[in-house]
Design a protein around this ligand. Structure first.
Ligand code: VAH
Length: 316
């Protein structure tokens, strides 16, 4: 991985991943692309091109002219947004993925795209969900993720494309507010704790989901992509997680910094139903064994860092 093209580089993961990759491999070694064109911001600190990932021809041309040896495909609609417009989500999520896989095949690129705990469904074992288990998701996002996992394995087996991926849990970050996710309550809660001292969660108390702090997610992508391929039994996609938490766990952690913080509930039935269809906790042992996955942030360490960084960002 030396010359990397990133799609979805203005998204929640892509925006921070671009900066991390440029720090590791060199600013001019990372081409950031997104359908939006920023007027300013870190994406413009290095090569940037506008790209709609449903335009396969342009994607191929950009990767070729940049001289990429790797494509990291991050552009996709998240779970709640996808449920509002499922056919559009299918066309964007799957059309973009096929274009990225075809670009990787045609130009012999290493390939990464994330799957998600959303790739599991109600019939999946909910606790300590195994790496290999039943996957019958009940959301369009989940259907996209399972289809994507299978397609990425197919491109590895059939065409020898070096595809790799992880099943991300909910990701928490202070840089780019997420949009359209079911786990976004876990980001919103920190902003509102600082701004208002209270938060009404759209996910019900007692609803466990896996979560991870963004620095651990970014390191997982780099570690997997740099891993010795002979050690990989799995490829698409490894379970990774740092914690299994529910809203009141965040309340307790935030109160150690903001004692008067109040958590209330205003449950969104759509996102609650999505959350209830996902595992409570997943088993990351394959990622640990095959490429040394290791999360460094637990809930308390993440909370301290999130609140510190958000206070700086919000000027509070
Ligand atoms: C979502 N943040 O909520 C994403 C993620 C596991 C959740 O896929 O849709």
């Amino acid at each position: 991985m030396k010359k990397i093209m990133v799609t979805g580089a203005l998204g929640q993961i892509g925006s921070e991943l671009t900066g991390k990759l440029r720090g590791l491999y060199g600013t001019d070694q990372v081409l950031a692309t997104d359908i939006r064109v920023p007027e300013s911001g870190p994406a413009l600190d290095g090569p940037f091109e506008q790209l709609d990932v449903t335009d396969g021809k342009r994607m191929h041309e950009l990767a070729k002219s940049f001289g990429a040896d790797t494509i990291i495909h991050m552009a996709a609609l998240l779970s709640a947004t996808a449920e509002k417009n499922p056919l559009f989500a299918w066309n964007l999520n799957m059309g973009g993925l096929v274009n990225a896989l075809e670009t990787a095949r045609e130009l012999d690129l290493q390939f990464f795209t994330p799957s998600s705990i959303g790739a599991f469904g109600p019939s999946t074992p909910k606790k300590n969900t195994p790496q290999d288990t039943i996957q019958r998701p009940t959301t369009m996002y989940g259907v996209n993720k399972v289809s994507g996992e299978l397609l990425c394995d197919y491109y590895f087996e059939k065409f020898g494309v070096d595809t790799r991926g992880v099943r991300f849990p909910g990701l928490i970050s202070y840089v780019t507010p997420p949009g359209g996710g079911t786990t976004d309550y876990a980001v919103d809660i920190y902003y509102k704790a600082i701004e208002e001292g209270k938060y009404a969660s759209f996910i019900a108390e007692g609803t466990y989901m896996d979560m991870m702090y963004m620095p651990d997610a970014l390191q997982a992508i780099v570690d997997l992509m740099e891993a010795d391929p002979s050690k990989l039994t799995h490829r698409n996609a490894f379970n990774v997680t740092a914690m299994s938490v529910e809203p009141s766990d965040f309340e307790k952690a935030i109160r150690t910094h903001i004692p008067d913080f109040q958590l209330n509930y205003d449950v969104d039935p759509v996102r609650q139903a999505i959350a209830e269809s996902w595992p409570d906790s997943i088993d990351p042992s394959a990622a640990i064994a095959e490429w040394g996955f290791q999360a460094k942030y637990d809930l308390d360490k993440m909370t301290a860092d999130m609140l510190e960084k958000l206070r700086e960002k919000l000027g509070k």
